[in-house]
Design a protein around this ligand. Sequence first.
Ligand code: XMP
Length: 512
Amino acid sequence: MAHQLVIVLDFGGQYNQLIARRVRECGVYCEVRSYKTPIEEIRAMHPIGIIFTGGPNSVYDEKSPHIGKEIFDLGIPILGICYGAQLMAYTLGGTVSPCETSEYGKTETHYNTSSVIFGGIHLPETAISWMSHTDYVSKLPEGFVNSAHTADCPNAAFEDPARKLYAVQFHPEVNHTFAGLGMIDSFVKNVCGGIGDWTMAGYAKTAIESIREKVGDGKVLLALSGGVDSSVAAALLAKAVGSQLTCIFVDHGFMRKNEGDEVEAAFKDSGMQFVRVNAKEQFMARMRGVSDPETKRKIIGEEFIRVFEQEAKKLGKVDFLVQGTIYPDVIESGVGDAAVIKSHHNVGGLPDHVDFKEIIEPLRMLFKDEVRKLGTELGLSPVLVWRQPFPGPGLAIRIIGDITDDKLEILQDADFIFREEIAKAGLDRDINQYFAVLTNMRSVGVMGDSRTYDYTVALRAVTTSDFMTADFAQIPYDVLAVAASRIVNEVRNVNRIVYDVTTKPPATIEWE
Ligand code: XMP
């Protein structure tokens, strides 16, 4: 089924993906494309609307990204955001000037609520918007009228309704902008004519049909990690091709408490072939005495591929290999020049020696929140759908220093209690990631009347939208107190709990 499309033209803004997610939240399908996309290509995609993102540049910088005037003649509605607003004004003959007072953060904004994007969305005439700019539009192009202002920015929004061109200096996609989602909804529905034909039920149906058509009676292989993406991909493939699918779940032994069994239970009755490889001994043998974080990661990555390949070979030739790639990976690929902070191992990475014809990436166009919705739609267990991110190397990189069976058990128990208390406090969907770390440090304590010399467990919990930056979660003290007291009482060899209060950067989310 073809659905309506909005294109987000990316001018290098940090919120490009967020804009696309917001448009999809409004029920309209959206893709992010580079601002360099040729105009013929844009026209051929038949978008109902285009959104220009923000960007770090000034329109007057020689190297700043520009766009030809012709895009404004396509008759397709355009919304410019931040740099995108300035670029629209500049390209159409307006003037952009440096701000006398730059605006950053929450800013009181006065709206003209008779504008089609600000009306009918319960937006008061004065409300907070999120600003981040050092240039502003000082003179509007011909045909445009002002539709919002702040104390320091006379043209916080402007529009030419006859040509369906709209521009906002602030960021409606950011939660801090009051009614920001409503503004985007007004643009895609009331200006572009979006009908809201993008739903996960519709997506599941279409994806299942196209997978069936592609696979025919072929054999399909999937590496299941138990993470959200590979689990949802497995559920989708199982619905589409059932017994033609084999999922290989390599349990390296560094999963959280009970997790391996939970994954197995979720897929046992799905009609697919489910192979669980209990490879803990094999992994442990290679990890003995290893304490360097990067070496741990490399060993687990290599060993994982080896075990997976051994199992896959038993199946003979497979026709298709499934990958759980999701849309942010697609958008970000090609950027590739960021410094390597940690060598991420993603279970489901492409093995070299498995003989297959083609790759299927059924989640390639979905954002994470959509993947979860799809999982729910497919009836996948909430334990898997709402699973927090978990690193491929698992608890091996949450035990600082060398790994032993004992340490693994201590960490699994402590982590289980922490997770249980977070869930009991109803915080599990607000905190994006939370876990325990077994530090390699012992300290003196007292239990009964005796001296103890035991491990320190660190608790880590963060809130983040993209995992690139993160804040430590402000967990209420009473929740921390209960978790700490339970861990020292119920888990042997732990006598001290600390809470990690660093942000990322400068720390990372994981400790190794
Ligand atoms: P850091 O520690 O780099 O983590 O701030 C950012 C996010 O990535 C997860 N992480 C991994 N995910 N394979 C993964 O699939 C890995 O090797 C890996 N290492 C870290 C981490 O849990 C956090 O969500």
